[in-house]
Design a protein around this ligand. Structure first.
Ligand code: SME
Length: 162
């Protein structure tokens, strides 16, 4: 049975607590403090296990003109997303977060798993400001993501590079 969806206030509070936990974890990484892969792996694991509406949670990184899968949690996903189709590439090109309430109504959506119903994509920036990848979250629930998710995830994704 699916877990009950938290209220917007409860969800925002949960994002705040995850952000604080991540900051504390990264502060203890020692020499690996600024390892972006270690940070992505930790972010994906924590988010995926704390958020009941997340079905697939992970990163795609720009590598040689493609988006290549990075650290993730959830079912097996597409390893390579060639341009320009899909929500992840739209996030790269528009350089802003995208919420797709119904993936079946999104032209060009790349279905890595038929159970995905809605999706949110957050661009990942390096310190100089260039977009170098995305955080992608799929839900098996329709219309699962709101402004609260966007704001919470944007704050968390800003921790990837230091
Ligand atoms: N749906 C994405 C592809 C990645 S999977 O959802 C994990 C897209 O349309 O870009």
């Amino acid at each position: 049975m699916a877990s009950a969806q938290p209220s917007p206030e409860q969800l925002a509070d949960r994002y705040r607590r995850i952000l604080a936990q991540l900051e504390e974890l990264f502060a203890g990484y020692g020499d690996a403090a600024c390892d972006d892969i270690a940070r992505m792996a930790t972010i994906a694991a924590l988010l995926h296990h704390k958020m009941p509406h997340f079905f697939w949670t992970g990163f795609y990184r720009l590598q040689g003109g493609n988006l290549v899968v990075g650290p993730y949690q959830g079912p097996l996903a597409c390893a390579v997303l060639p341009p320009p189709a899909g929500v992840c590439w739209a996030g790269i090109q528009q350089k802003e977060s995208i919420i797709v309430p119904d993936v079946h109504a999104y032209a060009g959506h790349v279905a890595c798993d038929e159970r995905s119903r809605s999706e949110i994509v957050i661009p990942v920036r390096e310190p100089a400001g260039n977009v170098v990848g995305v955080l992608d979250v799929d839900s098996d629930r329709p219309d699962a993501f709101t402004r609260v998710d966007r704001e919470g995830l944007e704050a968390i994704v800003a921790l990837v590079h230091c």
